[in-house]
Design a protein. Structure first.
Length: 299
């Protein structure tokens, strides 16, 4: 029994009993067919939109969703995406809360702000930015330190520990050095925290010929020193898209999940507007096709 047959019988105002005799079906079968054909059609775009939203851990707004849909072969505008997201009750998860982790009240030497306004380096492994944040777990605080390459906004080093010793930031930088092998002259920017001003951390710079850069004091909360904005934005994305959606029982569970986020999603899949709407690893790979660079296969 087709939809066209049912519509034709209804237009002719044929009684249901007569329609059933003509079609040689029972009344229950006739009404069931009518019900099925009356069901709304599944919107293919909505299905892919929901899938893209879930794949992004509900982190994408309408603009990034347009790019994600385009990557899946759907040419769809921002206004239609917003309408479909409203209809499906899809919206990005967003919570903001911060804990101060910088201890700048110390007598250790402070480096100059060498990075200055060079916010967009011309190539990879020229300027890194490093910072520390906190992760709440059932076993107490876990501190996460990261190093990002400003060129592709890629996380090139990370480490976690239940406290914030100088060794934590050294481990992060050593991880980045082992994977990226940057040349002497690399600028590594951070805040004025005691970990970054420590002798242990500064020895790494002397050993490798790197340049230490630190933010000026006094504009921590308003601008977060602008130069650390890349690291702060990464931390915010991490917490909105993963950490605040979880309840970690212990440090090991948090460590594994955050590593999965960095390796499995942020570096390799997450759309980054600063990298031409490409994930950091994909962006680096495209650049590598034109000019060979050292690209980590791990991150």
């Amino acid at each position: 029994m087709t939809h066209q047959v049912i519509e034709a019988l209804q237009k002719e105002a044929v009684p249901v009993l007569q329609s059933c005799r003509v079609l040689e079906v029972s009344r229950s079968a006739f009404y069931e067919a009518k019900r099925r054909f009356a069901m709304p059609k599944v919107c293919k775009e909505s299905v892919h939109l929901k899938a893209a939203c879930m794949a992004s851990h509900q982190s994408y707004g309408s603009r990034r969703m347009v790019t994600a849909m385009a990557n899946d072969g759907f040419k769809i505008g921002c206004y239609k995406v917003r309408r479909l997201m409203r209809q499906a009750a899809l919206k990005p998860v967003c919570k903001r809360k911060f804990v101060h982790t910088t201890d700048s009240k110390h007598n250790l030497p402070i480096a100059a702000n060498v990075l200055s306004q060079q916010f967009d380096p011309t190539g990879p492994n020229l300027a890194y930015v490093s910072d520390i944040t906190y992760i709440r777990t059932g076993a107490g605080w876990l501190y996460l330190a990261t190093v990002l390459d400003l060129y592709a906004r890629k996380v090139v080093g990370w480490a976690m520990a239940p406290s914030m010793p100088a060794k934590l930031v050294c481990d992060v930088l050593n991880m980045a050095l082992g994977q990226r092998r940057p040349a002497a002259g690399l600028i590594v920017h951070s805040d004025r925290g005691s970990q970054y001003a420590s002798e242990l951390y500064q020895d790494l710079f002397k050993k490798n010929g790197f340049v230490c850069s630190m933010s000026r004091k006094g504009n921590c909360w308003a601008l977060k020193h602008r130069f650390n904005a890349v690291a702060e934005r990464f931390f915010l994305n991490l917490k909105m898209e993963r950490v605040w959606q979880r309840q970690y029982a212990n440090h090991a569970e948090a460590n594994a999940d955050i590593t999965d986020y960095i390796v499995g999603f942020y570096n390799g899949k997450r759309i980054n507007s600063a990298s031409g709407n490409l994930p950091p690893t994909v962006y680096e790979r495209k650049i590598a096709e034109r000019e060979p660079i050292v690209v980590s296969e791990i991150t």
